[in-house]
Write a protein that binds this ligand. Structure first.
Ligand code: UDP
Length: 251
């Protein structure tokens, strides 16, 4: 830190966290599976819940969109003979299962949370509206917005871009198992180099698989900053919110 921040670290922390008053955190269903590869890993779920609780304790309003890839993906269903719309509806229901699991883990950790669903399924969740989500956040509860966009042929990346824009989040934070955006898939290519910052246009021009194109384009059109970071390392979310250089910023 510069000397002034070494003398007044609390000031530094408060100042830095002011960049993030409200965030939309995207969690992938696949990461929730942990080392099991499918289903819900209780340890990973508890780790996500405690990191989210820490973020709220820092004074940040946290909206969450969670994927469903650990349970079902529409494309995989279509390959097995389901029609695509039915497959995607099954995928959206998978996001509800993960959302309920996350709410339960947050409540166990003492952090209030609500599940809002884009497809009506009261009493499992309350119907989503951006006003209800914002009200929930302003009460200090976590708003878990499930079913992605509520429509087939989309992904939860697009759902989280949309919700981030609707709730006027300061940024969309995409928590994955990779610590940022690389020139190639770092799990497959050891030569891959990480970007600290990269523009939406460059992501699209290079065909980088940070998020699907629809989600990236939606963020670009609405100037929604994205930060891709490794959420599977406990403590990373808090570091990011405190302004430490974690992950890659897409601008
Ligand atoms: N899905 C959908 N519309 C949406 C969001 C999700 O139809 O707006 C379906 C789609 O079938 C997708 C599945 O839900 O494959 C699970 O979401 P996703 O693949 O984004 O989950 P993740 O990869 O983040 O685990």
């Amino acid at each position: 830190y510069p000397p002034v921040f070494a003398v007044f670290p609390p000031f530094f922390i408060t100042f830095a966290s002011m960049n993030y008053n409200r965030i939309l955190l995207k969690l992938s269903g696949e990461s929730l599976a942990g080392s099991q590869g499918q289903g819900i890993d209780p340890g990973r779920l508890a780790s996500y819940a405690s990191q989210i609780k820490e973020a709220v304790a820092l004074g940040v309003q946290v909206g969450v969109v969670i994927g469903g890839g650990n349970i079902f993906r529409g494309v995989a269903g279509a390959a097995k003979g389901f029609d695509r719309v039915t497959g995607d509806q099954m995928g959206m229901l998978a996001t509800v299962i993960n959302s309920l699991a996350l709410r339960s883990a947050l409540e166990d950790a003492g952090q209030p949370a609500r599940v809002l669903t884009a497809i009506g399924m009261f009493p499992i969740g309350e119907p989503y509206s951006n006003r209800r989500a914002i009200e929930t956040l302003e009460e200090g509860a976590v708003a878990i917005m499930s079913c992605g966009t509520g429509s087939p042929y989309f992904t939860t990346d697009t759902g989280s871009a949309l919700r981030a824009i609707e709730i006027q989040a300061d940024a969309m934070l995409k928590g994955t198992r990779v610590d940022g955006v690389y020139t190639a898939d770092p799990e497959k290519d050891p030569q891959a180099v990480k970007f600290d910052r990269i523009s939406y246009d460059e992501v699209m021009a290079r065909g980088l698989k940070v998020m699907d194109l629809t989600a990236t384009a939606l963020c670009r059109e609405n100037s929604m900053p994205i930060r891709v970071f490794d959420m599977d390392t406990p403590g990373n979310l808090l570091k990011l919110l405190r302004g430490e250089p974690v992950g890659t910023e897409v601008y």
